[in-house]
Design a protein around this ligand. Structure first.
Ligand SMILES: NC(=O)c1ccc[n+]([C@@H]2O[C@H](COP(=O)([O-])OP(=O)(O)OC[C@H]3O[C@@H](n4cnc5c(N)ncnc54)[C@H](OP(=O)(O)O)[C@@H]3O)[C@@H](O)[C@H]2O)c1
Length: 468
């Protein structure tokens, strides 16, 4: 059972961001930037320049955990009327530029669950500033609280800069940003980060305005998952295997997952840039306990996503995995439809028999990229598949790519994804939005998504402090 530590002295409902929650940002869109010298220099030699937007006092809240374990047991909601402003001491980091990001939305991903369980390596390489005003600790207790969450988007509301140079302008107040590295703890109303940990979202304001214009804020919330889901899909589609011009067939399982939806929509964009060709994505999904009607609904939702591009077309075929595993004729018919050029790229998020099925369908010399292990079963490769078919087995971890990539490569990826959304070339997976304080409801909702016709991704609205 999730316990809730509420430090709500003098706190009114909806106090999180008076006059400045995400819903008020359009009103704040004429940004007045004030620059004031901080009362004390941050170091003996450098003067800290402090720039802020909308100076109203905000409260702070977060979802954090002290012990590894099942998220429902160990995740706790914490709220404080204190804002997470940095003390002068907190600015004594190696970083010259620190910015305060007001988080808009942060998605709950399978990796968040595994990280809290202690089953997922932490890619966080450098510690980030922890403002003392919001640190979650009880007097006399040695606690090591970690804020959960790895992904999301937000907006810079304050900066502290020791040395002013041109690069700072990319991170000025009002700039929309996403995370440039994993494990930063995004399930909170705001956080201070060095600019190196962030990627500015080009056209971010346009994205915010267009996604916030719908009656619900689902579209804006869905943006939070664009960068990891879309980024993972994009890299797997482009970095592992050259594909023939015709026919260009891509196989994947978990086709209804967030990444799977991105794979089938981005395949056309990634592979049609230079060649006019038609891309065929074969998406395997679990039928599970879904009725015929529910399965038809799922198929429709996956095949009606945008996929055509200006230089070619991309079609998605949805096939129930069980139909191929249990019916040899159905498998043969699919293989026959490939003609003489079976698929050379398979994308696997499941493992076990599902991955074996992908391997069976893959062309000699083809590559299977594994990025998830949802079945918790190992990937097993038959020896002849290695010897006679020369199949390559690779793995992809987006956190590793983010840690190794140059800033310009990460920026380019973000730009491509944002353009694809704004140009209506992709739609984001359906989401269900919760407040951070609704963590129990959110995780219970997530746990029953496998039984739904169309699964929804849980996204936290990081500013909402009460139920809608
Ligand atoms: N390597 C990376 O960098 C990276 C990046 C992003 C995501 N991932 C991984 O990619 C996978 C999908 O992530 P996501 O955020 O896109 O997921 P998601 O939207 O939450 O969807 C989960 C997917 O997993 C399937 N699934 C759940 N339990 C399963 C089981 N026991 N056996 C087979 N399939 C099962 C679901 O199918 P049903 O609807 O039938 O349950 C659904 O297709 C996860 O493993 C995640 O950790 C990896």
């Amino acid at each position: 059972m999730i316990s809730t530590r509420l430090f709500l002295r003098n706190m009114r409902p909806g106090w999180a961001c008076p006059g400045h929650s995400v819903f008020h940002q359009q009103a704040c869109s004429t940004i007045t930037t004030t620059t004031v010298s901080s009362p004390r220099p941050a170091t003996a030699t450098a003067t800290c320049i402090h720039t802020s937007i909308c100076s109203s006092r905000r409260s702070y809240h977060e979802l954090s955990y002290r012990e590894r374990g099942e998220p429902l047991q160990v995740l706790e909601y914490f709220a404080s009327k204190e804002d997470d402003n940095l003390e002068e001491d907190d600015t004594n980091t190696e970083d010259d530029h620190l910015v305060k990001v007001e988080m808009l939305h942060a998605p709950w991903n399978p990796a968040d669950m595994n990280t809290i369980q202690g089953k997922y390596p932490s890619p966080l390489q450098h510690p980030i500033p922890q403002p003392s005003s919001c640190r979650v600790s009880s007097p006399g207790q040695e606690e090591d609280w970690r804020v959960a969450g790895s992904e999301g988007w937000g907006r810079i509301v304050e900066t502290k800069t020791k040395k002013k140079d041109n690069s700072v302008d990319l991170y000025s107040p009002g700039t929309y940003v996403t995370m440039g590295q994993s494990g930063l703890g995004t399930f909170r109303s705001s956080l201070w980060l060095p600019t190196r940990a962030l990627i500015p979202i080009t056209r971010g304001h346009e994205l915010f305005v267009s996604s916030s214009s719908s009656s619900s804020n689902d579209k804006a919330a869905a943006i939070a998952s664009l960068f990891q889901l879309g980024g993972t899909a994009w890299r797997m589609l482009s970095d592992f295997q050259d594909l023939p011009d015709h026919p260009c067939i891509i196989l994947q399982n978990a086709g209804n997952s967030g990444v799977g939806r991105m794979v089938s929509q981005l395949a056309g964009l990634v592979h049609n840039y230079t060649n006019q060709r038609n891309v065929r994505v074969i998406s395997l999904v679990r039928r599970g306990t879904k009725s015929e009607q529910e399965f038809a609904e799922l198929k429709q939702s996956l095949t009606q996503q945008p996929s055509a591009t200006s230089t070619g077309s991309c079609t998605t075929e949805v096939i129930a995995e069980e139909d191929l595993l249990n019916d040899k004729e159905a498998l043969k018919a699919l293989q026959a439809s490939f003609g003489t050029t079976p698929p050379r790229l398979a994308i696997n998020a499941v493992g076990g028999s599902s991955a074996s099925l992908l391997l069976k369908l893959l062309a000699p010399g083809g590559t299977m990229v594994t990025y998830g292990g949802m079945s918790m079963q190992p990937v097993t490769v038959a020896t002849p598949q290695l010897i006679f078919k020369d199949i390559s087995i690779r793995g992809y971890w987006h956190s590793r790519w983010m840690a190794k990539a140059f800033v310009r490569q990460k920026q380019q990826l973000v730009n491509e994804l944002v353009n694809a959304v704004l140009d209506h070339q992709i739609v984001l997976p359906p989401v269900q939005v919760f407040a951070l304080s609704q963590v129990q409801e959110a995780l219970e909702f997530e746990a029953q998504q496998s039984t739904e016709a169309v699964r929804r991704k849980v996204v936290f609205d990081c500013q909402r402090t009460q139920n809608p």
